[in-house]
Structure formats: C-alpha cells, structure tokens
Design a protein. Structure first.
Length: 105
C-alpha cells in the first residue's frame, strides 16, 4: 500500500535481507513509503519499504527496487529463514544432479 492509501498488486522478482525488486503495473515515485506483504515457506512477511528509482520500464509493467525500512523481529526471522532455505536449495541442486544415475543406452 502506498502513502496515498492506494493498493497495488506486484510480483516479487527478487528479495534479499535489505530489499528486493518488484514488477509493477505502473511505477511508484522514488522515495514513496509502502507497506509490503508477501508469503514464503517460512510464513507471511509484512514490512515497510522505500521505493527506489525504477530500473526498467516494460511495455505493460516496470521493474522497481525497494529497500526495507522497518521489519518486525519475527518478520526479519522469517525472511532470513526463507533466504537460507532458498540458498540451501540452490547449493544442493548441482550435487543432486551429479548423483543421478547415467542414462541407459
């Protein structure tokens, strides 16, 4: 939700402990403060963020980064758990692929 009280749906493109990147139907003004909420395997995360300058304008959307300015301790813990879980999965994928049996010819 933006400072004006309007709601907008966005697709979360990437996330980190400091912020992330949203795909929005329309860009928000850099410096706008927004409430961000999204779901992870660790649970729902709610926080306040500051919108940064859009990085790319697309024909029907834009990519716009944000930085977290306020996260409750529980939300910060869930965010770290989600990021750790994603990192664990990405590190394990190449190993599991190497352990697969070779194709039978």
């Amino acid at each position: 939700m933006a400072e004006t009280g309007l709601r907008a749906r966005a697709k979360l493109q990437s996330i980190s402990v400091n912020g992330g990147l949203l795909r929005l139907p329309q860009e928000l003004s850099a410096g706008d403060f927004v409430e961000i909420a999204f779901h992870t395997r660790a649970g729902a995360i709610h926080g306040m963020a500051e919108m940064l300058r859009p990085t790319r304008l697309l024909p029907s959307a834009c990519l716009q980064p944000f930085r977290f300015i306020a996260l409750a301790d529980d939300d910060h813990r869930k965010l770290r758990m989600a990021l750790d879980s994603a990192l664990d999965r990405s590190l394990l994928t190449p190993v599991s692929e190497q352990l697969q049996a070779p194709p039978v010819l």
